[in-house]
Design a protein around this ligand. Structure first.
Ligand code: SF4
Length: 114
């Protein structure tokens, strides 16, 4: 399930630069997806574009936004259940030129029970 940012967000911005997929945007900022520009998903708080979030699968063993958030407001979205394989495939699509190694404890939260 993609991660999302709750209303508890304090707009510190700690998560934005940490996302390996560039999935996090400031409130009110437009985002790009598939070559098109889209309206912000939140007018006033940082938000995550679900189509760009891989729960950090392929990159890190824990979600970087959640690890850094001082308000603990980056949490899994239960409305968007996704498998490790779906998320890994998304990571490959988001980074077409990159060679990903097989998933392990360091590159998938599904491998370490988190
Ligand atoms: Fe980005 Fe990882 Fe957070 Fe998803 S879980 S928004 S990929 S930092």
């Amino acid at each position: 399930m993609a991660t999302f940012i709750t209303e508890e967000c304090i707009n510190c911005g700690a998560c934005e630069a940490a996302c390996p997929n560039g999935a996090i945007f400031a409130g009110g900022a437009k985002y790009e997806l598939d070559g098109r520009t889209h309206a912000a998903l939140s007018p006033h708080l940082y938000y995550i574009v679900p189509e760009k979030c891989t729960e950090c699968v392929g990159h890190f063993g824990v979600e970087q936004c959640a690890a850094l958030c001082p308000a603990d407001c980056c949490i899994p979205d239960p409305k968007r259940p996704e498998t490790e394989e779906q998320l890994f495939e998304r990571a490959r699509q988001l980074h077409p030129g990159r060679e990903f190694a097989s998933l392990n404890l360091m590159t998938s939260r599904f491998r370490n029970g988190k």
